[in-house]
Design a protein around this ligand. Structure first.
Ligand code: ADP
Ligand code: MG
Length: 360
């Protein structure tokens, strides 16, 4: 689905005809507004299941009885319209067991809606830090399967999707869980398609503090390795249930890598595990997963593994697939020039912390 095709689809959609389109053999639907209003009880507050930068997400049930999640754009602006288009464009062209499935969308007037498969076990963040954290539904086995699943979803985006895709906002709230607690990577509003032969892009910085790779936060240099860095932070977060960035007394912020490093140096791996696991975890798996996370969060992007390697290591494999290095050129991405997030303070902190940090 290219850009031209996308806008022509919107025009057709204004006629409110529900149609099923084929994108790379995967069907997605253009929903009539009426159907989505009915499914979500007119976007009733009681149906709200999530809130993000882009808008609110509502639970709904179609007339056929299927549960859906509908993301509703908050305010119409060029920036929001772009995020909507990017998400539909990218999710419409990928299908993987560990990526959230796109069912379709609606675009008409001031309304932009994206329809997904509903994920009954919410996002990882609710289990790690939110309302469901105390229930400890995430035992060690589930945590490992979520880690491996999200690594596979990301490896697919980086190495198998064509063109390759960089997610740019890997974090706990963007990993959803289906009824079997299988991980589904979601939220493609910031994603970038990487043209063949391009090693990295230079863009304005988007994403979330605590998960940003230093070269991205400082210079806007974005490549697959930025997702690898964020994935490393997510790994540590899943294992420890610590937040990626913690405010210490006195206002100083400490990132999760700084927190974990002294424990690794002392070999005190048990201290890293989430206390809610009550010691029920596999010691070897814990140790190797922490070591993989540290490789992923190496401050030098060149030293980080590829997601293919990460999947291999997590599965305990010995095969080492080489990082694809068809380095050619850096592209300056002008589409992103409207971003106004202020990362200066964070850049300064990263520079300081990189000087202090001892790598293992
Ligand atoms: N398919 C879904 N099923 C269940 N909950 C969802 C679904 N999609 C999103 N959510 C919830 O809504 C939140 C925001 O969705 P997200 O796609 O990340 O939007 P944003 O771009 O606004 O961050 C998620 O963190 C999650 O809690
Ligand atoms: Mg999100």
């Amino acid at each position: 689905m290219g850009w031209n095709c996308f806008s022509c689809v919107i025009d057709q959609e204004k006629q409110e005809i529900s149609q099923v389109y084929k994108s790379k053999d995967y069907p997605w639907e253009i929903y009539p507004l009426k159907e989505l209003l009915h499914a979500t009880n007119n976007f009733h507050n009681d149906n709200k299941i999530g809130e993000g930068g882009f808008g609110s997400v509502y639970w709904g049930r179609t007339t056929k009885g299927t549960e859906i999640a509908v993301k509703r754009l908050k305010t119409m602006s060029a920036k929001a319209e772009m995020e909507f288009a990017v998400e539909v464009e990218i999710l419409g062209r990928v299908r993987h067991k560990n990526l959230l499935g796109l069912r379709g969308f609606y675009a008409g007037g001031d309304e932009r809606l994206i329809v997904y498969d509903y994920m009954p076990n919410h996002s990882l963040i609710t289990h790690l830090h939110g309302q469901l954290a105390s229930d400890c539904l995430l035992d060690w086995r589930r945590r490992m399967s979520i880690i491996i699943g999200s690594a596979e979803g990301l490896a697919y985006l980086h190495h198998e999707a064509n063109p390759h895709i960089i997610h740019r906002d890997i974090k706990a709230s963007n990993v959803l869980l289906d009824k079997e607690f299988q991980a589904k990577v979601a939220d493609f509003g910031f994603a970038k398609l990487i043209p063949e032969g391009v090693s990295h892009l230079t863009t304005r910085v988007k994403g979330t503090l605590g998960y940003l790779a230093p070269e991205y936060a400082m210079w806007g240099k974005v490549s697959e390795s930025c997702d690898v860095y964020s994935f490393g932070v997510l790994l540590l977060e899943i294992i420890s249930a610590k937040k990626p960035l913690e405010k210490l007394p006195g206002g100083v912020k400490r990132d999760i890598v700084q927190w974990v490093t002294p424990y690794v140096q002392k070999g005190a791996f048990d201290h890293i595990a989430d206390p809610r696991l009550k010691g029920k975890f596999d010691q070897n798996q814990l140790k190797s997963t922490v070591m993989i996370a540290l490789r992923c969060t190496d401050s030098n992007a060149e030293n980080r593994p590829s997601m293919f390697e990460v999947v291999d290591w997590l599965k305990g494999g010995v095969g080492r697939r080489k990082k694809e290095t068809s380095e050619v050129e850096n592209i300056v991405d002008e589409e992103d020039e409207d971003n106004d997030t202020d990362y200066e303070e964070y850049r300064y902190k990263i520079e300081k912390s990189n000087m202090r940090r001892t790598r293992v």
